[in-house]
Design a protein around this ligand. Structure first.
Ligand code: C5P
Length: 228
C-alpha cells in the first residue's frame, strides 16, 4: 500500500504530459516519474544486447536486470538518464526509440517487470507520474488523476517542433505518421491500453499554452488539497 500523495498524468504522445508533469512536480515539491523513459531505456538496452522486440522472455530478463540511474546534474540544470553508466538522455528522445518502446510495451511480462520499478518512485513527500497507465494500473489509488489530450494535428506539430529543436532532421508528415502509429498501438494493445481512468479529469490542451495548462492544474491541486 502506497501512502504518499500521487498525481498521475496520462495521455497520448505529444499531449504535453512531460513538460507539464515536471513543472507540476516542481511546484508541489514532489518527485517526478517519466514512466515512458523506462520503456525507452529497455528499448535501447534490447538494441544493445541484440534482443528482439518480440522475444518476451528475454525482454523480461533484461528488464529485471536493467542498470539505470536518474541523476540530477545541478551544473546543467537537467536530469541525466544513465544506462549501464552511460548518459543516454539525448538518444532516448528519438522517435525511433519511442517506436521500439511501444513495440515492447505490448508484452504483459515486460509491463509487470517495469511496473514494479515504477512503484519504487512513490516516496515522500509525493510523486507526479506521467505515462499511459499511471492512473489505471500503476497507481490506481492516486489522489489526483489527469488525462491530457490534444488533436492529432496539434500533437504531431508539437512533437515535430520538439524534434527540430533537438536537431533531428525530420518532416512533419513523417512525425504525424509515427505519432499515429504509436498511438494506435498504445490504444489497441491487450494489456494496460491507453485510456482515461474512470475518475480522471480530462483536459483538451489543443488550444492552450503550456502555462495555461499548468495554471489550470495548479487550481485543481488546490481544490484537491494538495497545494495550499
Ligand atoms: O511517454 P513516451 O513517449 O516516452 O513513451 C514511449 C512509449 O512507451 C509509449 O508510446 C508507450 O508505448 C510506452 N509506454 C507505456 N506505458 C507507459 C509509458 C510509456 O506503454 N506508462
Amino acid at each position: 500500500m502506497i501512502s504518499v500523495p500521487i498525481v498521475t498524468v496520462d495521455g497520448p504522445s505529444g499531449a504535453g504530459k512531460g513538460t507539464l508533469s515536471a513543472a507540476l512536480a516542481s511546484k508541489l515539491g514532489y518527485r517526478y516519474l517519466d514512466s515512458g523513459a523506462l520503456y525507452r531505456l529497455l528499448a535501447l538496452a534490447s538494441e544493445r544486447h541484440k534482443v528482439a522486440l518480440d522475444n518476451q522472455h528475454a525482454l523480461v530478463v533484461l528488464a529485471a536486470h536493467l542498470d539505470i540511474c536518474f541523476e540530477y546534474n545541478a551544473a546543467e540544470g537537467r536530469t541525466q538518464i544513465l544506462l549501464e553508466g552511460e548518459d543516454v538522455s539525448r538518444q532516448l528522445r528519438t522517435e525511433s526509440v519511442a517506436i521500439m518502446a511501444s513495440e515492447l510495451a505490448v508484452h504483459v511480462g515486460v509491463r509487470a517487470a517495469l511496473v514494479e520499478r515504477q512503484r519504487l518512485f512513490a516516496l515522500a513527500p509525493g510523486l507526479v507520474a506521467d505515462g499511459r497507465d499511471m492512473g489505471t494500473v500503476v497507481f490506481p489509488e492516486a489522489r489526483l488523476k489527469i488525462y491530457l489530450t490534444a488533436s492529432a494535428e496539434e500533437r504531431a506539430a508539437r512533437r515535430y517542433k520538439q524534434l527540430l529543436e533537438k536537431g533531428d532532421n525530420v518532416s512533419l508528415r513523417a512525425v504525424r505518421l509515427q505519432v499515429d502509429e504509436r498511438d494506435q498501438r498504445d490504444t489497441e494493445r491487450q494489456v494496460a491500453p491507453l485510456r482515461p481512468a474512470d475518475d480522471a479529469i480530462q483536459i483538451d490542451t489543443s488550444e492552450m499554452s503550456a502555462d495555461a495548462v499548468l495554471l489550470q492544474l495548479l487550481e485543481i491541486t488546490v481544490v484537491k488539497g494538495l497545494l495550499t
